[in-house]
Design a protein around this ligand. Structure first.
Ligand code: BGC
Length: 419
């Protein structure tokens, strides 16, 4: 994801498994990702459900049953294993596990234990995200992510999950893209809580960084599974008509980096891995961000079609974190043309290989998303899935990109687009 409004101003190893230059290192992991609110259905006890039903927001439609993954997870996990993937990144829903302050639901913990068991049954490594955009209503009512206490509440929740489920978790992600919640929710007002304030965004960034560090300490005291945070990163380039404007444009770009990325890249320094999540590029001129030109190829999200963006973001993350190992925890495209999806992923993986050749420690690639799902304020329009979902029958139909990427996963080597 990337901010919607422009100008807000603002164990791996690096040895190749074979001599095939298209091969990924031994131990490289291949996965797909989802998030609880986007696929489970009926997560009515969080701030997003309330936001979807609030009059006057820009949310196109409510999430409702979405993919009913809460019930259909056994078949979904079996499907992704059959396709060839070896890991599944999903999130546990805080508002289900802790429906009120300090009240934990054993039934919901048991549910997620069964999800972990389904993964293990199919030799899938579960990559568990503790916070993916949604916050329990009771936390939101206490001030949400601009209240320092939320960092402690999140650490308490994380500790509970680590104690109850930790023995089944393969990798932890504390928080998914905190920079999108802080920017879209607290600066642009298009995610809950709908605040539009530069100070609130700065405060939310601070509380999220604290929450990550406190949750990391809590989880790491219980579980030895690798832990990291993920960030929404886009490639930023300068686009000026006149070179005399370059410095001003770079200043705008640096401000964007400062507000959106830098404190999180710093907070990630003690982590086991860093999760890069990239979808597109954004260009800056002396006035700030500029929209894609009319003649540019764009995706359903209105983003520039730019598979090369992933490589640029991996390089920046590697550099700024002081060489924390990288996992691509999300990369993907919303398109109605599945051949275009293959073209996009092929281009992105080419960039991953370039980075690996340059010695960057990249340990895995995760496609967003396993299946079409609820795309936040855009509702069910954007189709990111390698698997299509029939919203009337809940029937899943893998697209050609699913078997193409699954074969890449099995072979651990990039295939031609038409293979
Ligand atoms: C988010 C997902 C979202 C995807 C596509 C990522 O930023 O983590 O929840 O669906 O982008 O926009």
């Amino acid at each position: 994801m990337r901010p919607t409004s422009v100008n807000f101003m603002t164990s791996a190893n690096t040895a190749s498994t074979s001599s095939n230059p298209r091969s990924f290192p031994a131990g490289f992991t291949w996965g797909t990702a989802t998030a609880a609110h986007q696929v489970e259905g009926n997560n009515w006890n969080n701030d997003w459900w309330e936001w979807e039903h609030r009059v006057g927001t820009s949310v196109k439609e409510p999430s409702g049953d979405t993919c009913d993954h809460y019930n259909l997870y056994p078949q979904d996990i079996a499907m992704l294993a059959k396709l060839g993937f070896d890991n599944y990144r999903f999130s546990v829903e805080w508002s289900r596990i802790e429906p009120e302050d300090g009240e934990f639901s054993q039934a919901e913990i048991n549910h997620y234990r069964k999800v972990l068991e389904a993964c293990h049954e199919h030799n899938i490594t579960p990559v568990v995200t503790l916070h993916h955009f949604t916050t329990p209503r009771w936390v939101a009512a206490q001030g949400g992510w601009v209240n320092d206490t939320t960092a402690d509440l999140f650490a308490r929740f994380s500790e509970k999950v680590a104690k109850s489920l930790g023995d089944g978790v393969g990798k932890w992600c504390t928080i998914n893209e905190p920079n999108m919640v802080s920017t879209i929710g607290y600066l642009l007002g298009e995610f809950p809580p709908g605040t539009k304030s530069r100070e609130s965004r700065a405060k939310a960034n601070e509380v999220f960084c604290q929450a990550h560090i406190k949750a990391r300490d809590a989880v790491k005291s219980i579980s030895s599974a690798p832990l990291g945070i993920t960030l929404a990163m886009q490639e930023y380039t300068i686009n000026v008509d006149d070179e005399s404007h370059r410095e001003a444009a770079e200043g705008k770009r640096d401000m964007a980096w400062d507000g959106l990325e830098d404190c999180f890249l710093e907070a990630a320094k003690g982590d086991d891995y860093f999760g890069v999540q990239t979808y597109t590029r954004e260009r800056f001129n002396q006035d700030g961000r500029i929209q894609p030109d009319q003649d540019m190829r764009t995706t359903i999200m209105g983003y520039e079609f730019r598979p090369q963006a992933l490589e640029a973001c991996i390089r920046r993350a590697w550099d700024k974190t002081g060489h924390v190992p990288i996992i691509v925890t999300e990369n993907g495209i919303a398109t109605s043309d599945d051949a275009e999806r293959i073209e996009y992923v092929h281009g992105a993986l080419d960039g991953v290989l370039n980075c690996i050749q340059d010695g960057i420690d990249i340990r895995g690639y995760t496609y967003w998303s396993l299946m079409d799902n609820f795309e936040w304020m855009y509702g069910y329009g954007p189709t990111f899935g390698i698997v299509a979902v029939d919203w009337k029958t809940q029937v899943r139909t893998p697209r050609p990109s699913a078997s193409w990427l699954g074969r890449i996963a099995r072979g651990n080597a990039l295939l031609p687009r038409n293979a």
